[in-house]
Design a protein around this ligand. Structure first.
Ligand SMILES: NC(=O)c1ccc[n+]([C@@H]2O[C@H](COP(=O)([O-])OP(=O)(O)OC[C@H]3O[C@@H](n4cnc5c(N)ncnc54)[C@H](OP(=O)(O)O)[C@@H]3O)[C@@H](O)[C@H]2O)c1
Length: 245
């Protein structure tokens, strides 16, 4: 089944750490052609070297800048002539209680987690429509299904990702484009480092003691991409076995 990954052109946002990085490693082993975006380009270049993707496949990209996301996708199309998969993965989770008024962090989550995903769709969709094929994978969260104190704005952004993805799924049917939402529970990455509120950080570090390795996510991506073209895996939700939330 993984033959269906060999040779596919995959663009990943947020590939400099965590889920995006691990997925790049898995897909490279399976023969995908990767184009990697994030702001920390040194880490991207190092990763690209390690997985033999070519240093030029590491593109400095801030997903809050529409032109930069377009440049990332254009690089894939110029280099390989097509884009098969757009993995809109970049995100952050500076959770806090609303009463703390961390409004700048609310803005950043909206800009990266929602608008970044929309910019990824905007960049990839015209080419996929032209090709009459493609696959857009958006990363939501268990927080895209549930809301809890301290995680309100993050949950709102991840609910938005699911709403956008479901609308996209319905709209792209005529173009033979697949769409997948992946909603992870606690996975060990750098994500919790974006939390600045000490109380929420303490609670979250408890939750993340049970976090599972990032390859659980990478395997979900592999599963979705490797299906036959007529099979559209629309939603995957997974957690650590011990996670009750
Ligand atoms: N880990 C979990 O438990 C978990 C659970 C559910 C959902 N998720 C979601 O999974 C996705 C990946 O997160 P992760 O867990 O792998 O965390 P991570 O290790 O912190 O990685 C986040 C990635 O997003 C990138 N990023 C952040 N802001 C960006 C921006 N403005 N432009 C471009 N890239 C940006 C970071 O790269 P740069 O800093 O280099 O730009 C980094 O590569 C996120 O959408 C997150 O919400 C994670």
């Amino acid at each position: 089944m993984t033959d269906n990954i060999n040779g596919k052109v995959v663009v990943i946002t947020g590939a400099s750490s965590g889920l995006g990085e691990e997925t790049a490693r898995h897909l490279a082993r399976l023969g995908a052609k990767l184009v990697l975006g994030a702001r920390r380009v040194d880490r991207l270049r190092q990763l690209a070297g390690e997985i033999n993707a070519g240093e030029e496949s590491a593109i400095e990209t801030d997903v809050t800048q529409r032109a930069e996301v377009q440049r990332l996708v254009d690089h894939a199309v110029q280099k390989y002539g097509r884009i098969d998969v757009m993995l809109n993965n970049a995100g952050l989770m500076p959770s806090s209680m609303l009463e703390r008024l961390h409004v700048d962090e609310w803005d950043r989550m909206i800009d990266v987690n929602i608008k970044g995903v929309l910019y990824g769709i905007a960049a990839a969709l015209p080419q996929m429509i032209k090709q009459k094929s493609g696959h857009i994978i958006n990363v939501s969260s268990v927080a895209g299904h549930k809301v809890g104190p301290g995680g309100t704005v993050y949950a709102a952004t991840k609910h938005a990702v699911r709403a956008i993805s479901e609308g996209l799924r319905q709209e792209v049917k005529p173009y033979n484009i697949r769409t997948t939402i992946i909603s992870p529970g606690a996975v060990a990455t750098e994500l919790t480092q974006t939390i600045t509120d000490p109380d929420v950080a303490a609670g979250m570090s408890q939750v993340y003691q049970q976090a599972i390795p990032a390859d659980a996510f990478a395997r979900a991506v592999v599963y979705a991409i490797s299906q036959p073209a007529e099979v559209d895996i629309n939603e995957i939700l997974f957690r650590p076995t011990s996670q009750s939330y």
